[in-house]
Design a binder for this molecule. Structure first.
Ligand code: GAR
Length: 224
């Protein structure tokens, strides 16, 4: 059921939607004081659609393959998203490059999560690349999308130790567990005003953040 006084969120997915699930649970247990207006997938077979439907959330499929260009696809997304008048548009495993028009349209309202300690390892296969480089630490980043995908001011990063003998799958699973903690936390703090975004700058308790908040072993390490 929609409660009109709560701010709206729109979540965009392409896949299994485990981050979406964590956000749904945080909305249900009121860690996040907002409502998910709709979940939009660019793939009809995205597992996250079922998770949304199970939680009684409206879903939409807007398949990029049905549009002649990135611009027309993004315009269709904008038309659907804007019906919700969201305070935040949340990319949760949404695997499409967005046009600058889309990014501008949602300036200061567009959030992404990426499975690496950005700016390291933008793009795909982040876990394998961290292992190949012999990194001792890996992790996940929540950031504002301001120019291209996997770029923009960082909000919070979760740090994960790389263990000797880790496979990419083992490391990915530990990173994903952390993603499920930091994404709902970041959204909750943006909704309740502990975090603010203004002209691409991030503020924590009204002080500008010059480096991301750090999350390690279930705790915030740094407070701006
Ligand atoms: C997550 O690991 C997310 O960080 C990543 O896709 C996965 C989606 O999983 N996103 C990106 O790589 C964005 N560049 P989920 O569908 O289970 O939430």
């Amino acid at each position: 059921m929609m409660i009109s006084s709560l701010p709206s969120l729109v979540v965009l997915i392409s896949g299994s939607g485990s981050n979406l699930q964590a956000i749904i649970e945080a909305v249900e247990n009121r860690q996040i004081r907002a409502q998910i207006c709709t979940v939009i997938s660019n793939r009809a077979d995205a597992g996250g659609l079922k998770r949304a439907q199970k939680a009684g959330i409206k879903t939409m499929v807007i398949e990029h393959t049905q549009y002649p260009s990135r611009e027309t696809f993004d315009q269709a997304l904008i038309a659907a998203i804007d019906k919700c008048q969201p305070v935040l548009v949340i990319l949760a495993g949404f695997m499409r490059i967005l046009t600058s028009g889309f990014i501008q349209h949602y300036a200061d309202r567009l959030l992404n999560i990426h499975p690496s300690l950005l700016p390291r390892y933008k793009g795909l296969h982040t876990h394998q690349r961290a292992l190949e480089n012999g990194d001792r630490h890996h992790g996940a980043s929540v950031h504002i999308v301001s120019s291209e995908l996997d770029s923009g001011p960082l909000v919070i990063q979760a740090i994960v130790e790389v263990k000797t003998g880790d496979t990419a799958q083992q490391l990915a699973a530990r990173v994903l567990e952390q993603e499920h903690q930091i994404y709902p936390l970041a959204i909750a703090m943006l909704i309740d005003g502990r975090l603010k975004i203004n002209h691409n700058s991030v503020y924590f308790n009204n002080r500008q953040l010059h480096k991301p908040l750090l999350w390690h072993a279930g705790k915030l390490l740094e407070k701006a």
